[in-house]
Design a protein around this ligand. Structure first.
Ligand code: TYM
Length: 335
């Protein structure tokens, strides 16, 4: 019996738009490394998505390799999983064009990320920024993914992917697996340390608002010590306590402790003690990732080899789905 047939498929991706934050790590990367061996998994560095906002070419190239190294550093294994750079697999762009033609203008216009990014990049509201979710749908559907581990901010794009896949299947018969988002119970929306009502983001102008995966222990400690909390001085989860709620979420993800235990452990203690404990748990969580990352970045030939191999493997799978979709829509086959 071919047991590989029975394995469910997992796909996810991350943009190389800067060193990922603790939010990317707890919301996505950590889940990828926990789940990758249970499924047939493919992960991409989404550089095609990154050029929807202006990038400096040399910097984009460097960040792409760094992000690739980081995926290995968090525990993804290129021998077990397919790990690749999106622009090296042309089928993503090809299927994305097809899916553009099966996605309505009205649907795209409702995407909150497009609205947000149009506001922050008002001088460059390009068509790619608008059509971005169709490319994301292509990424996922090419691999016939059953599950897509993401943070909360990607949920709307996943819903659109499901709608487009269902529409295409309805018109032409079963072509794409309709994927489900996998959103962790905790860590799916890590908030800014300075404005805890906003998402932690690597593009935030205020560096104190986010922890980068490669921040040194000193920097991590400083950032948590200056995290915004409230005036209640009570470590507990509740309404109007966005800052403390966020710190509790981070601490829970890094230690595995539930909220009740955390509350009990810090009863009668101030926020100062709690912030130090949260920082220490983050430092301990990131230390092995940072160590592995440094080793990997010292061997660029190995990284290039892995990326090239990953692209070949991805391309073979992607081509099967693309060919199927091209036939369904009626493209000339040359015979
Ligand atoms: P990106 O690069 O912005 O983020 C990568 C992943 O990190 C999650 N994330 C967070 N999770 C918790 N708290 C936060 N503060 C936080 N910030 C980011 C994101 O939800 C994401 O899972 N469009 C995608 C990349 C992409 C993709 C795909 C994802 C391209 N194609 C196909 C899934 C499937 C993006 O920009 O993620």
């Amino acid at each position: 019996m071919d047991t590989t047939q029975k394995r469910k498929k997992l796909f996810s991706a991350i943009q190389p738009s800067g060193m990922p934050t603790l939010g990317n790590y707890l919301g996505a990367l950590k889940n990828w490394s926990k789940m990758c061996n249970e499924f047939d998994s493919a992960f991409a560095v989404a550089d095609l998505h990154a050029i929807t906002v202006r990038q400096e070419p040399a910097k984009l190239r460097r960040q792409t390799l760094e992000m690739y190294a980081l995926l290995l550093a968090v525990g993804l294994d290129p021998k077990e999983n397919i790990i690749f750079v999106q622009s090296q697999v042309p089928q993503h762009s090809q299927l994305s064009w097809i899916l553009n033609c099966y996605t309505q203008f009205g649907e795209m216009s409702r995407m909150t990320q497009f609205k947000d990014k149009s506001a922050t990049h008002a001088d460059n509201i390009n068509v790619g920024l608008f059509a971005y979710p169709a490319l994301m749908a292509a990424d996922i559907l090419l691999y016939q993914a059953d599950f897509v581990p993401v943070g909360v901010d990607q949920k709307q794009h996943l819903e659109l992917t499901r709608d487009v896949a269902t529409r295409f299947n309805g018109l032409y018969g079963n072509t794409f697996t309709v994927p489900e988002p996998y959103i962790g119970k905790q860590g799916a929306k890590i908030m800014s340390l300075q404005e805890p009502e906003r998402k932690m983001s690597k593009s935030d102008a205020n560096v104190k608002s986010y922890v980068s995966i490669l921040d040194t222990p000193d920097v991590i400690m400083k950032k948590f010590k200056s995290a915004v909390t409230d005036s209640q001085a009570c470590v507990s989860y509740g309404e109007g306590k966005d800052g403390v709620n966020n710190l509790m979420g981070i601490y829970s993800c890094c230690t595995g402790l539930d909220y009740e235990t955390i509350q009990r452990d810090f009863e009668g203690k101030g926020y100062g003690d709690f912030k130090v404990a949260v920082a220490e748990s983050v430092i301990a969580e990131l230390a092995p990732v940072q160590e592995k990352y440094a080793q990997l970045m010292a061997d660029k030939a190995y990284l290039n080899q892995c990326a090239n191999d990953g692209a070949k493997q991805a391309s073979a799978i992607a081509q099967r789905t693309l060919t199927k979709a091209m036939k369904k829509v009626g493209f000339y086959q040359g015979k």
